[in-house]
Design a protein around this ligand. Structure first.
Ligand SMILES: Cc1cc2nc3c(=O)[nH]c(=O)nc-3n(C[C@H](O)[C@H](O)[C@H](O)COP(=O)(O)OP(=O)(O)OC[C@H]3O[C@@H](n4cnc5c(N)ncnc54)[C@H](O)[C@@H]3O)c2cc1C
Length: 423
């Protein structure tokens, strides 16, 4: 192995975007992924939305109340297992500290800046390499069923979108004109907001294409290779110990998503990132009528419905249950119910025996911002903690990380996202 090679731990969205960006900038890269394929964890069947518009972190007072109300419940959009509470003390305290209106607004604005930068970079890569991942540029429609919440959301818009560019407030017929399939629930809606700059795309397909480019441009990816430990000597990276061999290296980037915290703990770094479990349910819609055209967020319940080319995906729910892989039947019922509540006509045509239920662990940071860049150990970098926005933020986070490794100026202010704020 060459001395200059940068070892990247984890082959999800962040690992692949990091490797791709570094390779494009002339570095040698090696991804080590414990699974037999890339992007099989949180990056596999997410909602597929590139949504700078949905940049609010999840520690708003409303969300915190929903999390608390969901303790011990399996049929609420946000839930917390009583068993997970002890593991969440220090993370939870930081999560609460960052929920003050001032911090919440600042973090929202930082996520929006990185999200917009990242979405533009994703588009550049798509166009340059002619990628095809069922992307669409129709934007996101957020619908409201409660007048008070709708009015509040409209008032808040100017704090995130100062010039209101790419934002349209829609009522009654305007909503139906944009998404005719909402006609069946028109009387239940108070209004909607269309964010026309958002995009969608299948994150797994995107990852597989990045994988192909990385391999064909000289980057290496070893699957079935788990990192057990990172070894440090005199505060410098020395090697990584895998379940297959020990690799000497001087530079490592940890992109292990929700599992990054455990790896870093072994080198005495405390990363305030916790897994937040979410689900998606995907149905084949070949030959069905009344397919929606635009991706949709139903306000307040953290549920999204994304129409891909011949599939529809309902995604959402946030469970604070650590790495509990069990799938509760109420979760599937919840997602089905959401689809029925939004698109009753399409729902009635779907063969529900063929749904693909999936779950993943969002790597959620306590302050809502990702951790990108240098740590206090020489040669050790991280790129993780993108939480519910990991697809939206991937290419931008990778660019900021590469800037730090190469000592280049960044195109946006990278200070809010620096890993050194905690590591
Ligand atoms: C239900 C749901 C819906 C979502 N919807 C959206 C959305 O619409 N838009 C959006 O922007 N984001 C969305 N997200 C968030 C997004 O999917 C995640 O933030 C993103 O996938 C995280 O990417 P990652 O690379 O950090 O982690 P992961 O994809 O989890 O990748 C980490 C990788 O590291 C590997 N790994 C871990 N430990 C080791 C080790 N010791 N050795 C080797 N390899 C290791 C894992 O196997 C894994 O492949 C959603 C997430 C969920 C769960």
């Amino acid at each position: 192995m060459s001395d200059n090679q940068i070892v990247i731990i984890g082959g999800g969205l962040q690992g692949l975007a990091t490797a791709f960006t570094l390779l494009q900038r002339g570095e040698e890269v090696l991804i080590l992924e414990r699974d037999s394929d890339v992007a099989t964890s949180a990056s596999f069947a997410n909602a597929g939305m590139l949504t700078p518009s949905q940049s609010s972190p999840w520690n708003s007072p409303d969300d915190i109340l929903q999390i608390l109300a969901g303790i011990g419940k399996k049929d609420s959009p946000m839930a917390m297992s009583p068993l997970a509470i002890p593991t969440l003390f220090s993370w939870g305290l930081k999560f609460l500290i960052n929920s003050t209106p001032k911090r919440f607004n600042r973090i929202t604005s930082n996520l929006y800046t990185l999200g917009s930068y990242s979405k533009d970079l994703t588009k550049d890569v798509r166009e340059k390499f002619n990628l095809s991942y069922e992307h669409s540029e129709r934007g996101t429609l957020k619908i409201y069923r409660n007048q008070e919440n709708f009015d509040k959301a409209v008032k808040k818009l100017s704090s995130i979108f100062p010039d209101n560019s790419g934002v349209s407030i829609l009522e009654d017929e305007e909503l139906i004109q944009l998404e005719p399939q909402l006609k069946d629930i028109k009387s239940k809606l108070s209004g909607g907001i269309h964010f026309s700059n958002d995009e969608i795309g299948d994150a797994y397909k995107f990852c597989k294409q990045l994988e192909d480019i990385i391999r064909s441009s000289g980057g290496r990816i070893l699957t079935n290779t788990k990192i057990n430990k990172i070894l440090v000597d005199k505060n410098k990276i020395n090697c990584v110990v895998t379940d297959r061999a020990i690799l000497q290296t001087k530079r490592v980037v940890v992109c292990a998503g929700s599992w990054s915290r455990e790896l870093l703990k072994k080198v005495r770094l405390k990363l305030p990132v916790t897994p937040v479990k979410g689900y998606s349910l995907t149905y084949d819609t070949h030959g069905l009528n009344n397919m929606p055209k635009i991706s949709l967020v139903d306000e307040g319940i953290h549920t999204a419905v994304t129409p891909f080319e011949n599939r529809i995906r309902i995604a959402g729910t946030a469970e604070f249950v650590q790495f509990d892989d069990s799938i509760h039947p109420k979760r599937e019922a919840y997602l089905n119910n959401m689809l029925r509540t939004i698109y009753p006509n399409l729902f009635s045509q779907i063969d529900r025996t063929e749904g693909k239920l999936w779950h993943g662990f969002r790597p959620m940071s306590a302050d809502g911002l990702p951790f990108i860049g240098k740590t206090k150990i020489d040669g050790l970098y991280v790129n993780c903690g993108q939480g519910h926005l990991g697809w939206t933020l991937a290419m931008g986070s990778a660019a900021l990380l590469a800037d730090q490794i190469q000592g280049r100026d960044s195109e946006i202010d990278l200070n809010p996202y620096l890993a050194s704020r905690s590591l």
